[in-house]
Design a protein around this ligand. Structure first.
Ligand code: CDP
Length: 227
């Protein structure tokens, strides 16, 4: 059934290359790549902008009421065919990668109502198949019936190093990035609402010692068997 469009779920820890792999698989297969983390980041950015949350805390009551005013969409740039994330009509691709968003996103992502809103949107995007989505709960909650599920992992220091290189222009120390990676690992795996888990039918890829091509080749071999 080579023509059947399946959904591919990629879950795993912070900064372990999920989006890179998801994007590469989507390109190879002509599928749509969706970075679900960008959606949690966009909502977090909205709350920061509206000064509803600060570096110290989030106030759940206000957040839940405000959710009705938040519209998150992926829109295709016709020039390079890449998708950008739009928050209430504004392209926020750059803003959502800021350290202030990194520091609050896992707290915002632990709010039940935030998750309910985004999971519905994500399921709707994938209802006809042909989607590669990465996140924390894709194989467990968003697409529990996905034909292919990957669980990515890598040593925390390797992950922090990769993320640090990505955001060097933000003048953040390696230690700060490592601390953030470890904190988010803890929050993502210990939260009550849809924690990051390794589901039984997921294929585990530890990419500490794999480059992007090696990781892609390995993933494509698994996918090929499922088509
Ligand atoms: O790129 P990175 O791995 O650092 O994170 P991300 O995929 O951009 O996701 C940012 C944060 O959103 C994560 O640390 C999670 O707290 C949350 N998230 C989630 O809870 N569920 C998802 N499906 C995706 C992200």
């Amino acid at each position: 059934m080579k023509n059947k469009k399946i959904n591919i779920a990629i879950d795993g820890y912070s900064s372990c290359g999920k989006s890179t792999l998801a994007k590469a698989i989507a390109k190879k297969m002509g599928y749509l790549f969706i970075d679900s983390g960008a959606m949690y980041r966009a909502i977090t950015y909205y709350f920061i902008k509206k000064k509803l949350i600060n570096a110290l805390d989030i106030g759940n009551i206000d957040l839940v009421k405000e959710l009705n005013n938040v519209d998150v969409q992926f829109i295709k740039n016709e020039v390079n065919s890449e998708y950008s994330i739009f928050l209430n009509g504004q392209n926020v691709n750059e803003e959502i990668r800021k350290m202030e968003v990194n520091q609050l996103v896992s707290k915002v992502a632990s709010v039940k109502e935030v998750r309910q809103k985004l999971v519905l949107l994500q399921q709707n995007i994938g209802k006809n198949g042909g989607v590669v989505m990465d996140g924390r709960d894709i194989g467990s909650v968003v697409f529990p019936n996905a034909e292919v599920k990957f669980f990515l992992t890598a040593d925390p220091k390797v992950r922090a190093q990769r993320r640090w290189l990505e955001i060097q222009e933000q003048n953040v120390s390696f230690e700060e990035v490592l601390k953030n990676v470890e904190e988010r690992d803890y929050l993502d795996t210990s939260r009550k609402e849809s924690p990051l888990i390794q589901v039984k039918d997921a294929i585990v890829i530890d990419n500490s010692n794999l480059n992007q091509n090696e990781q892609l080749e390995l993933a494509l071999q698994y996918i090929e068997k499922k088509l």
